[in-house]
Design a protein around this ligand. Structure first.
Ligand code: KG4
Ligand code: ZN
Length: 358
């Protein structure tokens, strides 16, 4: 089935074509530079940019794949969670296209699509325990099949990506800082005592990162020289020479390692609670899954339990439309689809289970 995927939940307009689980092509416009000026995503600006780019990106995708406008046999779109105005652009475009082409449409849960994305590159093995770590969510799921997700734990405050992005802001790094903290901390020596490992003194599978953020704030208040010099939005920041550079690298490394350790520790407990024999794999997904320390720490954890760790390549960890097309195709193959009246669902609201079964 040739399935078009549309992603517009936040600050990336992306379209992709997937056929029988194989990616044929994708186009993307990142709005990162437009939002970097404001230190975070501006919802109004995001919707306008989606509306501006979505149709040209569709034409470009067809051209790249050598296909005609009527080629897609199904349309999948991220319906939420995300910014409502941004989601509406993608959902309206998907519905219009499905209606005009007389093809089925399916609204996909963006978070579940992140988890399934690794299926584009490797065989999915269910039941799986999945850690989804993105800019808006930190969720632990038990996934029994592409259509059977049970939420076991979640962040009670900031998501893992937000915790990194806000730390970056304190250090004077541009938004989003997760990737930069990874890069700048690569040569840093981890000091395990620098930050407290937050919210582990309990027996639930939730996360809370506010204690870690406060510890970072207090540490930086005492060390006002530990900041990155401002640079043009298009240039990546660099470590200054000498002791300050070494201290900044150690700071980035230690902070990211604390986040990685905290995530892995709750996953260790989730594996034990579910029972290792009841699982066939562990999936790590979402933008923060691109982080080298998170990947390495999860790798060690999975080796301890002799479970395969399925992690997408970095390009499929961050927001992309291939994962939407792929998840949509899996749902459609299970016999699910939507009528043209399905809604976009903003962050914080439950995504309804309103598929039509055919
Ligand atoms: O999944 P995603 O692209 O968008 C959401 O659905 O939120 O995740 C974006 C998040 C941002 O917080 C970004 O800083 C973080 O992923 N991120 C990283 C890395 N690359 C992206 N965090 C740590 N290390 C990275 N290499
Ligand atoms: Zn995402």
């Amino acid at each position: 089935m040739l399935c078009l995927g549309i992603e517009s939940s936040c600050d990336e307009t992306a379209l992709a074509l997937v056929s029988d689980g194989r990616l044929l092509g994708q186009t993307l416009n990142s709005q990162a530079d437009a939002h970097a000026l404001f230190g975070g995503v501006v919802p109004e600006l995001a919707s306008r940019e989606h509306a501006r780019f979505i149709a040209p990106l569709y034409d470009l995708l067809l051209e790249q794949c050598g296909l005609r406008a009527e080629a897609p046999e199904a349309v999948a779109v991220a319906r939420g969670p995300g910014l409502l105005g941004s989601l509406l652009v993608g959902v309206a475009f998907a519905k219009a296209l499905a209606w005009a082409l007389g093809r089925p449409v399916i609204g996909v849960d963006h978070l579940q699509a992140h988890v399934l994305a690794v299926g584009l590159e490797r065989e999915l093995l269910f039941p799986a325990l999945a850690l989804l770590v993105s800019g808006g969510h930190t969720h632990i799921y038990l996934v029994r099949s592409p259509v059977d997700f049970t939420l076991l734990g979640r962040s009670l405050d900031d998501a893992a990506g937000e915790v990194l992005d806000k730390f970056g802001k304190m250090l004077g790094l541009p938004y989003p800082a997760g990737r930069l903290i990874d890069f700048l901390g690569a040569s840093g020596t981890v000091d395990e005592k620098m930050f407290p490992r937050p919210y582990l003194d309990n027996d639930n599978l939730n996360f809370s990162f506010s204690g870690l953020k406060t510890a970072a704030l207090l540490l930086l208040e005492k060390n006002s020289s530990l900041r990155f010099a401002p640079r043009a939005a298009s240039c990546d920041p660099e470590l200054p020479p000498g002791d300050t550079g070494r201290a900044l690298a150690a700071l980035c490394a230690s902070y990211a390692q604390t986040v990685a350790y905290t995530l892995a520790e709750k996953m260790r407990r989730a594996i034990k609670r579910t029972g290792v024999d009841a699982l066939r794999s562990v999936i790590l997904a979402g933008g923060v899954a691109a982080n080298s320390r998170v990947r390495a720490t999860m790798d060690v954890l999975c080796r301890d339990f002799s479970l395969p760790l399925l992690v997408p390549s970095p390009e499929f960890c961050t927001d992309n439309a291939a994962m939407i097309a792929y998840a949509g195709e899996l749902l459609l193959q299970t016999g699910f689809r939507h009528d043209l009246d399905f809604s976009a669902v903003p962050r914080g609201r439950k995504i309804p289970d309103d598929y039509r079964k055919y």
